[in-house]
Design a protein around this ligand. Structure first.
Ligand code: ZN
Length: 379
């Protein structure tokens, strides 16, 4: 049997440098969950990022600006990019921030008579591409072959989605989970046949964007992990199948170039020139200040909700009414002095963030049975 990667439970880390960890945790996953013993050869972009993880070379403000230009709501990519990600030990502030970026595939078995024809599986004709049909409480982010994403749980929410994490709540929050939707086939109850290529270019592009967002929110690049390798010896999952590391690396290069093309902040230029580095909190504060008053604010204030609730809210006419109410409140606030106006806006924002964290903690406690339980859909 293939040797699992050595994990130091006390320190909540795998053995070796980030590059050595990734070379072990990204070993090729073959058919039916057979993993290569040989370490993976990391492609160039990933190698360079993991050689010095704290050297992000990109800011939250740049990510936010890039997302706005692409018309991608932050609520669809794990929550506000200025929020931190979760800590391990069920979001214990004294535990390390999430370190590992887990890559899965969500196996949806095709119906009788269906096959891997790209004109079918990579279009809206295949039901697996419907965001509304994806299971709740399985992961942080879903990414479909159409390049659409869904926040199942925000990056601020500690969530377990593997057998590896099951033994201890200390592991809850150490991993961020990404489900690449993939159709499967197989005889009887089996579903080990997967398409080749396993994923679409837009799926790799969006996974790359998630990696950039997660790293920037963490303040350092995360170590990528394949689910099957993480669960070696303890699980029966085989995902991801036909994952092309080189294709993801090329997508990472494109995603980084796109984000870095956004106007850097003066402080970032100062760091590049060898001056004092700003604190993470400082960056977050500036990012909030530079936020445009319209458009971006609406995106940033949206908190990801469990999908069913979000969908229900969208259908309810009252959802629109509440936006109108907020708008009316703002207009009313404008009539007051500028100072008073700022206070009026800041107060509800603080309450809202605390409320969101409280809800996240509550959800975390309920998570296990639901998140780890086996189901027809293998994640
Ligand atoms: Zn998985």
């Amino acid at each position: 049997m293939t040797t699992p990667c050595h994990f130091d439970s006390a320190q909540l880390t795998f053995a070796g440098s980030p590059i050595e960890q990734a070379r072990c945790l990204l070993r090729t996953v073959k058919r039916a969950g057979n993993v290569d013993e040989a370490r993976a050869n990391l492609p160039p972009v990933l190698s360079s990022l993991l050689a010095n993880p704290p050297a992000l070379g990109v800011t939250k403000a740049q990510v936010r600006s890039s997302l706005q230009k692409q018309g991608i709501a932050e609520s669809k990519v794990g929550g506000s990019v200025t929020d931190r990600i979760c800590h391990a030990n069920s979001d214990d502030p004294s535990a390390p921030l999430a370190r590992y970026f887990v890559i899965h595939d969500t196996s949806f078995k095709l119906e009788a008579g269906q096959d891997f024809d790209p004109h079918f599986i990579n279009t809206a004709a295949w039901s697996g591409n419907k965001l509304s049909g994806l299971p709740d409480g399985k992961t942080h982010i879903y990414i479909t072959p159409l390049g659409e994403t869904l926040t199942d749980r925000t990056y601020g929410t500690p969530w377990r989605a593997t057998q590896f994490e099951k033994p201890s709540t200390r592991f809850r929050g150490l991993f961020l989970h990404h489900e690449l939707v993939q159709p499967r086939m197989g005889p009887g109850n089996h579903d080990f046949e997967s398409p080749d290529p396993g994923f679409t270019p837009v799926q790799y592009a969006r996974l790359a964007l998630q990696y950039v967002i997660a790293g920037v929110r963490r303040g350092a690049w995360m170590v990528p992990v394949f689910h099957c390798v993480l669960d070696l010896g303890i699980g029966d999952h085989d995902d991801p199948q036909h994952f092309d590391l080189a294709a993801w690396d090329a997508a990472l290069q494109t995603a980084l170039a796109k984000v870095r093309a956004e106007q850097p902040e003066p402080a970032v230029v100062a760091v590049a020139m060898g001056m004092a580095a700003p604190s993470a909190e400082g960056i977050a504060t500036r990012a909030r200040r530079t936020k445009p008053r319209t458009g971006g604010r609406a995106n940033a204030s949206k908190k990801a909700k469990p999908r069913k609730k979000a969908a229900a809210a969208a259908k309810r006419p009252s959802a629109k009414t509440s936006v109108q109410k907020t708008s009316a409140k703002k207009k009313s606030a404008k009539k007051n002095s500028a100072a008073k106006s700022r206070k009026t806006k800041a107060a509800p924002k603080k309450r809202s963030r605390k409320a969101v964290q409280k809800r996240a903690r509550k959800r975390g406690k309920k998570e296990d049975k639901k998140g780890i339980k086996k189901s027809k859909t293998r994640t």
